[in-house]
Write a protein that binds this ligand. Structure first.
Ligand code: MG
Length: 377
């Protein structure tokens, strides 16, 4: 009996070894079947990576943030001496990995407690509620004035940021996003790698956007090409379109987070503040309280960086949709390659489809029509 059982086990083991060897052999060959197998493996790995990121975020959302003095952070560092991690994560003073809690202290004075023991560890160091830097007290006369400079300490405030994508691209819509980032979520976004979308490649933008879209309140306004061409030909400037879209996105977010109010609203500046409000004349509702404008605002507050990532993500998705409809990859930008692509589109589907794909008033339209005529000959 024992013998029979052993033999049975040996056979099973041999089958397993053979099956595994065969699997590895097939995996290393390069045929259509192997390519399919490789795709399945890569997909699975991608899904696993996504899941891991999600788990991290969920953990991070349940974390505790303390605002501390540097003196206290030094004390903490001594206290957690035996658990210190080397090297420190970027921007941090120290990081300590305890059995059931991760403690990360940032140069900004924020200390992040993550994991099952987060509550317990944070309690050692006192006050749970994060210290929010409130903006300077305003006098009555300053109310609703748009200022040229942003208030000091804005980087650590709870801010609605807004930014747009697609204004310089021949193909595709204009996408504007306003996003609300609370003071206590700033370390989380930093950890996720949120920064100016211009410094991130498309795969990274997609990866970050997929996570933050479920984490932070935001509003996306998409001005599709047909509508864009319609209002543009009726005489509206791109600046006015943008002002209207930014204002609407901001109002939507204010509505979503109400009655809570942001410490400030920060718009990535595309016109002077006075021109912005000039553009908004006649709008039913105008968000003008605590609003600031600055160029390169992605570098001033992460809310603008998050908005730029979400706007870029929406733009990429839209371009993908246009590519599917066209039957070939649609390029971004306004260089020679978009003239070529538009010419190809004209030859394939006719000139009448252009308004659904491009911003007609760009000089590229004429170039593409000429190119298409040349190719037809
Ligand atoms: Mg911008």
């Amino acid at each position: 009996m024992v013998w029979a059982f052993r033999a049975h086990n040996d056979v099973l083991l041999s089958i397993n070894i053979y099956a595994y060897s065969a699997f590895m052999y097939i995996r290393q060959r390069k045929g259509p079947f192997q390519r399919i197998l490789q795709t399945i493996i890569t997909r699975t790995e991608k899904v696993e990576k996504q899941k891991k990121l999600y788990r991290n975020v969920v953990q991070l959302l349940g974390n505790i943030v303390l605002q501390c003095q540097m003196k206290q952070i030094e004390k903490m560092k001594d206290f957690y001496d035996e658990f210190l991690r080397d090297p420190n994560p970027p921007g941090s003073v120290f990081a300590a990995k305890l059995p059931a809690c991760m403690v990360t202290a940032y140069k900004s004075g924020k200390v992040l407690f993550q994991g099952n023991d987060a509550e317990k560890e944070a309690e050692r160091w006192g006050n749970r509620s994060p210290a929010v830097n409130k903006p300077a007290v305003k006098t009555a006369g300053q109310k609703s004035a748009a200022k040229g400079t942003v208030p000091p300490g804005i980087a650590q405030m709870s801010v609605i940021g807004s930014d747009e994508v697609g204004t310089g691209d021949f193909f595709g819509p204009i996408t504007v996003v306003a996003a609300y980032v609370k003071n206590e979520n700033i370390p989380l976004l930093k950890e996720l790698g949120v920064k100016d979308s211009k410094d991130l490649n498309d795969p990274k933008i997609i990866e970050i956007a997929k996570i933050i879209k479920d984490v932070i309140p935001y509003s996306l306004m998409t001005l599709k090409n047909e509508k864009y061409n319609q209002v543009q030909s009726s005489g509206m400037s791109q600046g006015k379109m943008k002002a209207i879209l930014h204002n609407q996105a901001i109002l939507n977010v204010l509505g979503k987070i109400g009655p809570e109010k942001p410490d400030a609203i920060l718009v990535d500046q595309f016109v002077q503040a006075s021109t912005y409000f000039q553009h908004l004349k006649g709008q039913k509702s105008i968000a003008n309280e605590n609003i600031y404008f600055s160029t390169k605002a992605e570098g001033i507050h992460l809310a603008v960086a998050a908005a730029s990532i979400l706007a870029r993500y929406a733009f990429i998705q839209y371009i993908d949709k246009l590519s599917k409809a066209a039957g070939f990859t649609i390029p971004k930008g306004a260089g020679a390659q978009v003239d070529e692509a538009a010419a190809k589109l004209i030859l394939k589907k006719g000139r009448d489809v252009l308004p659904a794909y491009v911003k007609l008033h760009f000089a590229n339209t004429e170039k593409a029509i000429k190119l298409a005529a040349k190719k037809r000959k």
